[in-house]
Design a protein around this ligand. Structure first.
Ligand SMILES: N[C@@H](CCC(=O)N[C@@H](CS)C(=O)NCC(=O)O)C(=O)O
Length: 225
């Protein structure tokens, strides 16, 4: 059986959990406490991911694939979650690279600091404002695109939507307001996460300094092994 090395509060892990659920692929989930550096042990670094991070997909034949968007591409090959045409597939990659470069580092990181109760060091304080500016700029790019079309690529739900959904639907947990982005809010309401999946969980909700605007609330995560 496929295994997902994971952390339940991670939006990157959520991408893989969501697609696995939507493809109805059974999988075993292995949880790591990232606050306790469980992805930084010598065993993890040697065997699972030398970059010390989750998610990592472990294939049935024992190979390890890190990087959430690579996992999405791997799982989605030859499924309706990627476009049939060459250019459409490249557009999916284009949005996934956008997500990793312009969106995730600016929107996910403040959420991580807040929801995991990390100390606001001088360094973090200094980078918060640029991250806010760049995060809102990324949301602005998404807004302009989504004013014109319902999904990111080819007028159809794809892994590009999954990649961008993961940290956008919990952006308010990191202090990002979505009121000024009606097209993004419409897309969040319309993208179809599997109803069996719960929204992404916060690790320590009691420490979250900002009001959380859950866009979907369903039952407990159904994908845990
Ligand atoms: N680019 C990677 C980022 C992975 C990542 O940052 N993972 C975080 C959780 S979201 C992690 O494992 N952090 C633990 C650590 O850095 O020690 C991806 O998309 O999968």
């Amino acid at each position: 059986m496929i295994r997902l090395h994971d952390n339940l509060s991670s939006g990157n892990g959520y991408k893989a959990r969501l697609l696995l659920a939507q493809l109805a692929i059974p999988f075993e989930r292995i949880e790591y406490d990232i606050d306790q550096a469980q992805t930084r042990t010598p065993e993890f670094l040697e065997k699972v991911n030398p970059n010390g991070r989750v998610p990592v997909l472990e294939t049935e034949d024992g190979r390890f694939l890190p990087e959430s968007n690579a996992i999405l591409c791997y799982l989605a090959e030859d499924t309706p979650f990627v476009p049939d045409d060459h250019f459409g597939r490249a557009q999916v990659l284009s949005w996934m690279f956008f997500e990793q470069y312009s969106h995730e580092p600016n929107i996910a990181t403040p959420r991580y600091w807040i929801t995991h109760g990390l100390e606001m060091t001088e360094e973090r304080r200094a980078t918060l404002e640029p991250k806010r500016r760049l995060g809102y700029a990324a949301l602005g790019v998404m807004e302009e695109h989504l004013k014109e079309q319902a999904f990111f690529v080819g007028h159809r739900y794809s892994v590009a939507d999954i990649a961008l959904y993961a940290y956008t639907h919990v952006a308010p947990e990191g202090g990002f307001e979505l009121e000024a982005f009606p097209a993004v809010r419409g897309w969040l309401g319309g993208s179809p996460p599997n109803p069996a999946m719960s929204p992404l969980r916060r690790a320590r909700p009691e420490r979250c300094a900002f009001a959380s605007k859950r866009l979907r609330r369903t039952s407990e995560n159904s994908c845990s092994a």
